[in-house]
Design a protein around this ligand. Structure first.
Ligand SMILES: Cc1ncc(COP(=O)(O)O)c(C=O)c1O
Length: 490
């Protein structure tokens, strides 16, 4: 059996972390509390009731969940943040539901994946929060979440991201990260990020711990447990019959968000999971490569934590569609046009909840719904990982490049990129096509990143390999509870 998450205890380092948390007044939330934040200690809830969503206070760790009240300040917890995408936008018969990531601290769900990496390392003593720096290699938001959680926990961080990521990301990072490293290239230059990690490892050795989202099963586990539970809660609240829960669509990214689909599949065995990527970098669809503009979804490799056995469909999305729809959803002419096709004011204001990759995920969900000819009662779930506010500088750039967005542009984009989104660049996977996706991992992970031949084979051939993960959340929770008890603040 492979040790997918290191929970071996280093007593000496753990004791230092306990002391640090006691001095700084830090209580750590458990996975169970992230699923059900109503169980948050009262004194934390009281503190949150006057605190901003992004404030640098450790109580905000308890806002790492899908149920924050949708306000910038003082919110506590309500129902899962989700929306139903109007059919006037999707053009599908099936219903498309989406979790909304905007209401996480930092404005993105990635803060959850980073916390899931950091918390077990802290409570086991595998990361020394006093003397080591936490390194967050990322295509953007993961390092924002990692730097944010690091500062809440009173430890030093290094954020690594490609130099072409949006200015908003760099600006905000300057206020929280100890150190920022910009790597060459854009979104899909993940290899350059890995190279930088190796370089840091060689230079700085034991003074750093690298939390690599692309191979950390904690990332998988957070989405499986917390994102998966949030979707199931919505489906149950809406009384969706199990047979009508038909699909889940997400970009492959680090393989984290995609893992929420595994939870749905464990519950609704028949659902189809679509893994999406940019058409400009069609790694899964065509073993392809290239740069693209869907910020956050990476590519040119298959993440180690992507469970290819559960992937049913590959959908490649044209980044031009994403950029055009992002403009449609944010430019005044676009909003006026969409009012004209019947969106009410709530639906219009919800359009600010889609970041560029959220638009991409929506298009993947549309393709899935059309590919399987889903009907009115059927439901596909997807995720709006972050919101439009993360990319406002892109609007200015697009206006400069293409001229102002006009009512005619709005009509074209609505008709072509949304309503006429087709089932082109979609591939349904049989057993051996899934194996092809899995096999692509070899070149990145075994040849370059030190994974073993035995383990890559276990991922495919050992039926217990993926099954051991869900139970690990409870084990980590036991350790977090013991740690909190020793810290002595609850
Ligand atoms: C905006 C955005 N969308 C999508 C993703 C992909 O999420 P995941 O890494 O969980 O696959 C990321 C990851 O950083 C992101 O920042």
């Amino acid at each position: 059996m492979f040790n997918l998450i290191n929970l071996e205890v280093n007593k000496e380092v753990r004791a230092k972390n306990v002391k640090l948390c006691r001095e700084k007044g830090i209580i750590l939330p458990t996975f169970a509390q992230m699923v059900d934040p109503s169980t948050t200690p009262k004194k934390v809830k009281d503190a949150l009731s006057t605190m901003g969503l992004w404030d640098i206070h450790s109580e905000n760790l308890f806002r790492i969940n899908w149920k924050n009240e949708a306000v910038e300040k003082g919110g506590v917890f309500g129902e899962v943040n989700y929306l139903e995408v109007p059919r006037a936008i999707t053009g599908t018969k099936a219903r498309i539901l989406a979790l909304v990531g905007k209401w996480f601290p930092t404005g993105v769900h990635k803060v959850g994946a980073t916390y899931a990496c950091l918390a077990p390392a802290l409570v086991s003593g595998n990361f020394d929060a006093v003397n080591q720096q936490a390194v967050w290699p990322s295509t953007g938001n993961y390092c924002r979440g990692g730097a944010y959680n690091s500062v809440l926990l009173g430890c030093q961080s290094i954020a690594i991201l490609p130099e072409e990521m949006s200015q908003e990301r760099f600006n905000w990072l300057k206020s929280v990260a100890g150190e920022i490293i910009a790597t060459p290239g854009c979104e899909s230059n993940v290899k350059e990020i890995f190279d930088k990690c190796h370089e840091l490892d060689a230079e700085r050795g034991n003074t750093i711990v690298i939390f690599n989202q692309f191979d950390k099963f904690e990332n998988y586990l957070w989405h499986y447990t917390v994102t998966g539970a949030a979707m199931i809660e919505v489906l149950e609240k809406l009384n969706i019959k199990p047979e009508n829960v038909r699909g889940y669509a997400s970009s492959t990214g680090s393989g984290g968000t995609l893992a929420a689909g595994d939870k749905l599949k464990d519950m609704y065995h028949h659902i189809k999971i679509a893994a999406g990527e940019a058409l400009q970098c069609p790694t899964l669809l065509r073993n392809g490569f290239g740069g693209h503009r869907i910020e956050g979804i990476g590519d040119k490799h298959v993440p180690w934590i992507h469970n290819a056995k559960n992937t049913d469909l590959i959908t490649a999305i044209d980044d031009q569609d994403c950029m055009d729809i992002y403009r449609l959803f944010n430019e005044p002419a676009g909003l006026d046009y969409l009012r004209g096709v019947g969106l009410d004011e709530t639906e219009i204001s919800n359009l600010s909840l889609y970041g560029i990759s959220g638009v991409g995920n929506l298009l993947m969900a549309i393709k899935l719904a059309k590919f399987y000819e889903l009907e009115e009662d059927d439901v596909v779930f997807t995720i709006l990982t972050d919101a439009s506010e993360m990319y406002t500088s892109r609007l200015g750039e697009l206006n400069e490049q293409c001229g102002p967005f006009t009512p005619i542009d709005a009509a074209k984009v609505h008709a072509a990129s949304l309503l006429h989104q087709g089932i082109d660049n979609v591939k349904e996977l049989g057993y051996y096509e899934r194996l092809s996706v899995h096999n692509l991992k070899y070149y990145t992970w075994v040849e370059q990143q030190g994974k073993t031949y035995e383990e890559i084979n276990a991922q495919w051939y050992d039926r217990e390999y993926w099954k051991q993960l869900p139970g690990m959340a409870d084990k980590i929770d036991v350790m977090i509870n013991e740690f909190n008890k020793e810290v002595g603040l609850i």
